[in-house]
Write a protein that binds this ligand. Sequence first.
Ligand code: CUA
Length: 336
Amino acid sequence: MIETSPRPRPRARTGAAALTLAALPGCADQPQSMFPPGSTEAGVIADLWWFMFWLGSAVYLLVLLVLLVAIRRSKGRSAPGKRPPNYLIWSGGIVLPAVVIVVLAFLSFAASRAAAPSGQGGQADLVIEVTGHKFWWHVVYPEHGIVTANEITIPAGRRVEFVMESADVIHSLWVPRLHGKIDMTPGHTTHLQVSADEPGVYRGQCAEYCGTQHANMAFFVEALPPDEFDLWVESRQQGPGPAGLAARRGQEVFVDAGCAACHGANGSPAEEVVGPDLTHLMSRRTIGAGTVANNRGNLGGWVVDPQTIKPGNLMPPTALQAQDLLDLLAYLETLR
Ligand code: CUA
């Protein structure tokens, strides 16, 4: 006999729906949520979303009401009731849907113009090049000579232009609290101007399926007050701090084990961009573009066996003697 779980009773179902609605405002506490918006453009998109939500809810309630009236009227009748009057069919089946669709189309068009998802024109205060890779983000500040990955630091209240490309397949850059999503297409450059109203950390995510680890292709945008941003630029233009004996040995391991073939570090970018630049690795929150927290344990695990942590990423495992791994970690920890 197959056991089935009892069907939820109507009251339980109503309760679940109410709970879901009650949980919605909770999204506002998440760093990756379009509520509350963190920029003018995201505000335009959020307003449109709320309008669609309330309009959709009103239409849903209206349909339920009509259904309820029909059921009540048909009670006790064995034969089908009269055909509804023509005006009801015309108004509810054709006029009302047409009006709703036209209004929504007009508002969507107006919102996309106001938010101008690409190439808004106008001079940006700062240009940042972002290239999508399977499955991480290469970030370059051409004005300042800074190369980094998976975290983008911007000055709050300033207009920043992302100039975007893809190194392999189509990715899509999306920071819900700052703007709509925009595709990164191989062989084609796209632009997006954002401006964060307030300092803070805004989580972003690849929004176009790009392979096995699409879900683990996250990033962070950190908006700093402009004077702190200037200090950040200065700190990023400096090389790593002094290294002890173990770290100096670890640097040799870094070269001998082949890490340097794919990863730039020590202020010098790799010949060809294959893996994330590691010059300021330890300042990042996560490893593997948001996959795991950036700490010594995860870093060691990632070096030795990255395919277990993020299956399908392009980094091969690195077999190392225990002491070599410890030295390598000591070196990586100097990359601040
Ligand atoms: Cu990159 Cu999905």
